[in-house]
Design a protein around this ligand. Structure first.
Ligand SMILES: [Fe+2]
Length: 351
């Protein structure tokens, strides 16, 4: 379902206002060959409508050497602006970068944020953006979770399907996402709504069972047959199950990089507007799948790099796995119970 240009423009103005865009500020809209044309047009119109200045930076694609072709999500960390100093310096000078290309997990993004530029990544089509429009309350709840996560030294996760994972925390920072970029050096993603961090390197013991109905990204697949993974010293050491287990193993093995089996970011979804079922309605080619990553109360497990957090692992293989029905503890305090967020200050009343 499409939405009208008028409604889409209104959504962009809403999110840029939440991002505290001020008259006279400089905005760069970063685009690549897959950027959504409607997002490009209405983001620029919204910036102008709010009295700020805007230009577009379009960068041609690079064809990476990875085993799964040029798909962006199969080559995490490698971006078309790598080594392009002109482009990087322009983005660092902006007050706000609207990233319609996708610099996530790249060293260039780390450098741009260090220059105190605000960054907002937007890769979803307009109707997904409209359905997941952020609000100030999203930030309040996500930052409450972020404060709790920063204090935590251990995350424990269980599920009825057999997950029982314990991970040490404290080496790295956190990644709060609430859907708008309102503070200097803050990166965010519209749509989103979750809290996450990275395990201390080498930490993570137990079992993760990806259950029927959980999702595998970047494939955008709902799992049909449970996948059981054993974790030792922060790495996946075995993967067992049916078709999806075989698929996952072959996909990751193709990178020929043992670091691909490490745990990447972990956290939980907090966005009540996002739907677990949304991915089933989406054309894979036109959506990143953020809605199914952000849905309220999911545990988001992932594999691969931690370089974005300042760690040593910059492998190209990254899998996001939103899991429903899990319970999540920070230290000994229960945050998510059977897929329902229960923590004071984080939950949405009535859900
Ligand atoms: Fe991820």
């Amino acid at each position: 379902m499409a939405i009208s240009d008028e409604a889409h423009l209104r959504d962009w103005k809403h999110v840029l206002t939440l991002s505290k865009l001020q008259p006279g500020e400089n905005v760069v809209v970063l685009t690549g060959e897959k950027s959504n044309a409607t997002n490009l047009e209405n983001s620029m119109r919204a910036v102008l409508g709010l009295g700020a200045q805007v230009c577009r930076l379009d960068v041609p694609p690079v064809f990476p050497e990875g085993p799964h072709g040029a798909e962006r999500a199969a080559n995490v960390g490698l971006t078309p602006i790598a080594g392009n100093r002109n482009a990087i310096e322009l983005l660092k000078r902006a007050d706000l970068v609207i990233d319609l290309m996708g610099l996530l997990h790249s060293p260039e993004q780390v450098e741009i944020l260090a220059a105190k530029t605000r960054m907002l990544m937007v890769l979803e089509p307009p109707e997904v953006l409209a359905r997941n429009l952020p609000c100030e309350d999203d930030k309040r709840r996500v930052m409450a979770a972020d404060r709790r996560l920063r204090q935590a030294r251990k995350m424990t996760v269980t599920s009825p399907g057999g997950t029982n994972l314990s991970v040490g925390l404290g080496q790295f920072g956190t990644l709060p996402e609430y859907g708008f970029a309102d503070e200097p050096g803050h990166w965010d993603h519209w749509p989103s709504g979750f809290t996450s961090t990275w395990p201390s390197e080498g930490s993570g013991e137990g079992t993760v069972v990806i259950d029927r109905g959980d999702l595998l990204f970047p494939f955008k697949m709902y799992v049909q047959q449970p996948v059981r993974m054993e974790i030792r010293e922060g790495r996946i050491v075995s993967v067992e199950g049916g078709f999806e287990a075989t698929f996952l193993k072959r996909y990751i093995d193709a990178y020929q990089d043992p670091r691909a089996w490490a745990i990447s970011h972990i956290g939980y979804g907090m966005q009540p507007k996002s739907r677990w079922t949304a991915q089933a309605m989406m054309d894979k080619a036109f959506s990143l799948g953020m809605e199914a990553r952000s849905f309220y109360g999911n545990f988001l497990f992932s594999t691969g790099p931690n370089a974005e957090a300042g760690g040593s692992n910059d492998c190209r293989c990254h899998i996001d796995i939103p899991m429903a029905g899990c319970s999540v503890w920070l230290d000994d305090e229960l945050m998510v119970q059977d897929g329902r967020l229960i923590a004071e200050g984080q939950r949405v009343e009535g859900l």
